[in-house]
Write a protein that binds this ligand. Structure first.
Ligand code: ZN
Length: 365
């Protein structure tokens, strides 16, 4: 077993003599979510901080002892500096990346960070004075765009014209450079991209169904959770569609060939055969979004040591060991939200055991 794996399993780092930043015992309660993190978010510099805000349950706490880190990278668009905030946990599951492009959708960032704390991974979000939209000045003129509409040339043109009336070449170029920086740093060569969004009002899964606004963009739809129409996945692969369907979620498989080119990240990933999962949840429903993210995280495979992604493995169901049986995990994940503390604890313990057994598999050893 490699050193990295031993670290995963929470053993003391004897090689360097360092001690884990903190240790939780089984059954011990962790500090409430977000305490140390929120304070740390206000520092503009690189931060290395300890986050005891981990679920204190058996298996999921395996990752609690890895340090978390946050870095801010600056991207310039005209006169506007957009801070790209990168939160990473453990440094092990760098293939698992959560991207939030809409600054106003804060629930999704919190949910993604908590899941990264549980299983490892990286959460990227954009910080700027706008809400959903980014505004910048170039040669004395002001322009606005939607940062999830900039990943194709047609999308850049459309979003600039829509919000700024004009789209001169210099403004388009400034936006395109920003989009390319995001693609190169956070999207290209990743095995799986999880985009996280929040919504409200009329924006729900039904828009992708028959007679909905996005019907044309849909290859397949499954509404397994009609009581929560704001919580749904949009995926680009059949494997992920079938997986999430088996869990009883609302899920849309994008028609990668015919979907309208609105310049969104889903269109870019669909065109470039990048496994992409959009996790949409209602504003404020952190619990619901965490459950959705956890399901994907538990089922995704690591790029570490060259382990094949689910996509490359072909039939996901066949490649999963029996202990990762989807129906069993689905039942357990649902039980983690039970009102009964005992039921929650039992489910977390059981999930923990699955996670522990599955780690060598995740890690490709
Ligand atoms: Zn959004």
């Amino acid at each position: 077993m490699s050193f990295k794996i031993r670290q995963y399993l929470g053993e003391q780092n004897n090689a360097t003599g360092s001690t884990p930043p903190f240790k939780l015992e089984a059954g011990q309660n962790a500090a409430p979510d977000d305490g140390p993190l929120l304070g740390a978010l206000h520092s503009p510099q690189r931060l290395l901080h300890k986050t005891p805000n981990i679920r204190a349950d058996q298996g999921l706490r395996l990752f609690a002892e890895a340090p978390s880190a946050e870095r801010i990278y600056k991207e310039q668009i005209g006169d506007m500096t957009v801070n790209v905030r990168v939160y990473s946990k453990g440094g092990q599951r760098q293939d698992l990346i959560f991207i939030n492009l809409h600054h106003s959708e804060k629930t999704s960032v919190q949910a993604a960070r908590r899941i990264a704390d549980e299983v490892g991974g990286m959460v990227v979000d954009l910080v700027h004075p706008g809400g959903r939209l980014v505004t910048f000045k170039l040669h004395g003129k002001s322009y606005t765009f939607d940062p999830n509409r900039i990943f194709t040339d047609a999308g850049i043109e459309k979003t600039l014209r829509g919000y700024s009336r004009s789209a001169p070449p210099a403004a388009k170029m400034a936006v395109k450079q920003f989009a390319e920086a995001l693609i190169e740093k956070y999207v290209r060569n990743r095995r799986v991209i999880m985009a996280v969004h929040n919504n409200s009002g009329g924006f729900k899964v039904d828009l992708w169904d028959k007679n909905g606004r996005y019907e044309k963009d849909t290859a397949e739809i499954f509404k397994g959770d009609p009581k929560h129409p704001h919580n749904f996945f949009i995926v680009t692969t059949m494997e992920d569609f079938n997986l999430l369907k088996s869990y009883g979620y609302n899920v849309v498989r994008q028609n990668n060939e015919h979907a309208t080119d609105d310049g969104s990240l889903s269109i870019f990933c669909g065109r470039h055969n990048i496994r992409y999962i959009n996790v949409e949840a209602q504003h404020g429903d952190e619990l619901g979004q965490k459950s959705m993210l956890r399901t994907m995280a538990v089922n995704s495979r690591s790029a570490e040591d060259g382990a094949p992604s689910q996509l490359q493995a072909g039939n996901a169901a066949k490649s999963q060991p029996a202990k990762l049986d989807a129906a069993n995990i689905r039942r357990l994940v649902k039980a983690t939200e039970s009102k009964d503390a005992r039921v929650r604890e039992d489910a977390l313990n059981a999930l923990g055991k699955i996670g522990k057994n599955a780690i060598p598999d995740f890690m490709g050893i």
